[in-house]
Design a protein. Sequence first.
Lengths: 387, 288
Amino acid sequence: MTLASLLQRADDLYRDLRFSAVRDWKQRTGGLAVGYMPVYVPREVLHAMGILPVGVMGAGDDLEIIRGDAFYQSYICHLPRSTIELGLNGALDCLDGLLFPATCDVIRNLSGMWMMQFPGKYVHYLDVPQDFAPEVGGAFYRHELEQIAGALGKRGGKPLTAAALRRSIAAYNENRALVDGLYELRQREPWKVPTAELYLLLRAGCVLPVEEHSAMLRDYTTAVRAADDRRPMDQARVLLAGSFCEQPPLGLIRTLERAGCYIVDDDFVQIHRWIRGPVRADGEDPLQDLANAYLFQGIPSAIRYIDQQVKGKDLVDRVQQSGAEGVIFCAPSFCDPALLDQPMAVTAVERAGIPWTAFKYAENTGQFQVIREQAGTFADSIKLWSE
Amino acid sequence: MSGPVRPLWCAGIDVGSSSIKVAILHDRGADGASLSSQVVERLRRRDPLAVVDSALDQALQQAGRRRDQLDYVATTGEGEKVEHRTGHFYGMTTHARGGLFLDPAVRAVVDIGALHARAVLMDDRAKVLGHRMTSQCASGSGQFLENICRYLGVTIDEIGPLSLQADKPETCSSICAVLAETDVINMVSRGITIPNILKGIHLSMAGRYLKLLTSANAQGAVLITGGLARDTGLHAAMVELAKEQKVPIDVRTHEESVLAGAIGAALWGAFRARKLMAKGLSLTGGTA
């Protein structure tokens, strides 16, 4: 597959709001497909039961919201509106269930609406621990995973066995390593891996089986490493923070890159990088290994308890590790987790002497002129006035 | 002990909505920089990227250089799509730098292009300190004047000299680019002469730009840059109105003002090239 055809495939998957790839997979395998909302769910459990995990990341800027707005007040973000719209227009009828991880109150609210609107579908609000002691949070989280496995088993999922779960953990470990490899390559040579392309690949991982997605990542990595027509430009290296739940429109990412920014780290489609490093894949009790990974390998995040005193430290560390020259706080409008943490993060980056700027978006933002000017002048100021 | 500073050759390309401006700059480090060649090419409905290519080649030919001898190709304006650029700088940044290069006394520029105008304040290093911009409406900008030209049957280059001949300027009730046609037709049917129509329009636009400058807290010497900098009638109207309204602004123009964005881009390109070289980095294979 050529680089162009691979990217075209990823772009087609991104724009397909009927989830044709999921429908095709179901027809081919007869298996269940279960969706998940941002930010993190342990896809390994679903995979081990022969279920296709499907990331539901909203409808971007391609869908007119007709009924979704009636469900939410004007001060609520856009993601749940487009998700409801996708549900009501039948786009998500290929999903046998939907998992709602504990990201914020709005997502919890959405899980309740989903139960009422789609009574035949499996709905689970995945409550996650904020106490990271294994005997407390670990036991609680394991119980949640067992509940999901039990319920999906009754709906046609294969029984969850330790051997299958180990294989699934290994498959996702490989996938995470490939994603991490691309992030590292982008940090070293950002001109080789434009973020708009990387983003499309991350989104492809939301609808493709993990094995197919890993093959796509491998092909892309090989192709861009060999692409000697991709030459470096004089752009400011920035870290984009805050886009972990509702995703920005692709046009916004392209705008930032064209405006003179190399995005060298970001929070996009964070499920692919939620767990740092490989999950133990050869343990006696792989379900416990998954729970332990959540407790001890989860990234610091606005949706995870972090002591006030150290909030923002991880962001500063990421800036240093990625070689970013500045931070762009790029959060969805009305995103409580992102925007409530932002003042602490800003304090931390200011204390570290890191330049920053901030703006907000919605997944259906269509005009980027103001953002373009802001990001462009920010890039200029870094290039001209930073040491 | 460091050796002599290597001279650099840099191109600045300003992609505007009605024309492409290219400046080739010879930067000699502490000995200063000079403009080696320049090209202004109207788009006339052609593909902007194709015009960029031909204008750059033309400017390089005049300067006696080749593309592979450039140390930095800097774009500005709508130049983000120019594939062979080394880097891109934003309009405010480049017009400030270009303005300071053309007239070291200025601490503000008013960039008047085809679609908008903006006032930019800067310090003595051309660091942008603040700005004010007109809305997205094309009112009172170059596009508006081009429309007027069509209605009056004059060329864009004739506007300035004609405006200077006015003896009784007619107040223009609207500077909306869309409604201008009606206004001008009314004036023509009432027997208003072309110079008086144009001067009235210039005064109306001048008032708008002076408001922009005062709202940005500009004072002292201000340089007009961008496509309308060549309009002698507009410059005269701004000087006249500033004096009449006792606005403490000395409105200036320069024969190369229209190239301020391209010149500024080339200068910042040279600055960046030296900064990158100091870090042991090079993005292009230019030679002195």
